[in-house]
Design a binder for this molecule. Structure first.
Ligand code: CAA
Length: 260
């Protein structure tokens, strides 16, 4: 299957995936999901690729949501039978243990906002706008918006956004803790790739483990999370990269990682 709705390329250890339906504001249809699933599986399978950046083609949108034209004709039974949207969790969020970044270049609405929130780090262009406008379509978020947005920015703002469909601009999103950083539109890709390269240059096992540790904070009690963190730390302490990292620090030289 050739990619029709996304573009993929690699830049050294960084994979760059671009949602590529600018004429539909990169709306997420079934074909996009199939292609993203394949791109994420390829990223995960290649040990040379260490961090992925996901962005949108064009200047207007990262993704303006799930494809309304595709969903309009679907009955409740179709959504239910297919457990529609479930594969975003099972085949995108859970597809890779390696870190990935969403570089939000414009509208991130509905499923687009939800996709940005699936990323390990979200950075935004100053032109980005975030929202969960599904209520205006007679539905609600379906790819995690009510859960991830609430965890990211708290109940008050999440409730307001989901109940009204109001959009947040990039600086409000940064203040609310939805995005790690806002950069000028022209520098978004460069900054996202630089961040990805920085992550790709870290010891690979530690990068996977740190992602697991932070994600555990969303799934466990504090006590269980602290135990998990200590155990993972203790496992990392047995790696060659730990010996190298600490020796390199003491010798005042850069570490050379083997991923062992
Ligand atoms: N699905 C399908 N097509 C979409 C789309 C979407 N989510 N968003 C935009 N498009 C299409 C438009 O239909 C239009 O196509 P045509 O040229 O064929 O008419 C094209 O993209 C350009 O869009 P507009 O002309 O509307 O552009 P605009 O600049 O006037 O408005 C916008 C931009 C405010 C983002 C507006 O497009 C919009 O409101 N889009 C829908 C946003 C939305 O409701 N998203 C939630 C979808 S439901 C969902 O995501 C469920 C979930 O939780 C998973």
């Amino acid at each position: 299957m050739d990619f029709e709705t996304i573009r993929t390329e690699t830049r050294g250890p960084v994979a760059l995936v671009t949602l590529n339906r600018p004429e539909a504001l990169n709306a997420l249809n079934s074909r996009v999901l199939e292609e993203l699933i394949r791109a994420f599986a390829e990223f995960e399978a290649d040990p040379e690729q260490r961090c992925l950046v996901l962005t949108g083609a064009g200047d207007k949108a990262f993704a303006a949501g799930a494809d309304i034209k595709e969903m309009a004709a679907m009955a409740a039974a179709d959504f239910y039978a297919a457990d529609f949207f479930s594969r975003w969790t099972s085949h995108i969020v859970k597809a890779t243990r390696k870190p990935w970044i969403a570089a939000v270049n414009g509208f991130a609405l509905g499923g687009g906002c939800e996709l940005a929130m699936m990323a390990d780090i979200t950075i935004a262009a100053d032109t980005a706008r975030f929202g969960q406008p599904e209520i205006r379509l007679g539905v609600g978020p379906g790819m995690g918006g009510s859960q991830r947005l609430t965890r990211a920015i708290g109940k008050a703002k999440a409730m307001e956004m989901c109940l009204t469909g109001r959009m947040m601009d990039a600086s409000e999103a940064e203040r609310a803790g939805l995005v790690a950083r806002v950069v000028p539109r022209a520098q978004l890709l460069e900054e996202a790739l630089k961040l990805a390269e920085e992550i790709a240059a870290q010891p690979p096992l530690a990068a996977i483990a740190v992602k697991e540790m932070v994600n555990a904070a969303f799934e466990t009690t504090l006590e269980q999370g602290l135990i998990f963190e200590r155990r993972v730390f203790q496992v990392l302490a047995g790696t060659a990269d730990k010996a190298e990292g600490m020796a390199a620090f003491i010798a005042k030289r850069p570490g050379q990682w083997t991923g062992r």
